[in-house]
Design a protein around this ligand. Sequence first.
Ligand SMILES: [Zn+2]
Length: 322
Amino acid sequence: MAKIYAGIDLGGTSIKYGLCRADGSVVNAHVTASKANESPDVLLAQLADCAHDLISEAEEMGAILEYVGLGTPGTVERDTGRIVGISPNIPGWEKTNPKEYLETRLGIPVYIDNDANTVALAEYLFGAARGFSDILAVTVGTGVGGGLILNGQLYRGAYGAAGEIGHVTVEADGEKCNCGRFGCMERYASATKLVSLATNYVKSGSEKSLLRKKLDSGEKLTVGDIFGAAYEKSDPAALRAVDFCIKYLSIGLASVMVIIDPQLVVIGGGLPDAGGDRYILEIKSALREKAIGPGTAQFGVERATLGNQAGFVGAAMLNTPA
Ligand SMILES: [Zn+2]
């Protein structure tokens, strides 16, 4: 019987979890609505239920899990499993210790890490970054997350907060961020910003737009609407909003790249899913313009390949040698 690994990817809106093999192939996958807004206690109990499901499923297959991996928003003190940094999408989460709770409930070891780190690990082991050693993995969705692989190792920093690239400052005295600071990249490059900008551009009437009809009927725009209008119809308002977000994303990423000099930037999440290859290419050309030195001109920019399973697959691999 081949080894089976279990991972859980906790998010503010959903929990994705499943079993996979040592080669990253997914054996089964589940998604359930996250009870993040109820209370930390309810959420911990929900995570234990997810883990119990996985343990039972593995047993039915004749496999015994050695541990369960968990990817969570927030900064994680890895040895103790305490959440030490704020996770704005999960109220009260910073006071919990999911590792201790789950180990007591499950009776097997639990390994825990930041969710962007588990995504980076999965893309490094099995996805777009396979074969590279120095990687900046970026997730651009509701927020902007990041994980670093340096010298073939997940880089967590001294206190577990490395790679929080969504909070690189891109605008001095800029908009207030959920983290409490101002001008963070996340405020300027995320899906949240893209939708609000496009909505404002269309409503203000400063640009003619195909999207006006949808807004006039009382519906909200999606990132799919905006990229469709921008890249398929050259809609001016949609293009302006997309270009704005790419500009700020590239400002933030370029700053990080000056420091780590990666071979590859891997970009996943809701924006590349909607914007496709053109979104990636435009980021690449914006980053090339900002590159310094001969080494930095050689980096690649690729779209993540593991989709929304990357989080739990990476969590499942947290205690494998990598
Ligand atoms: Zn911030």
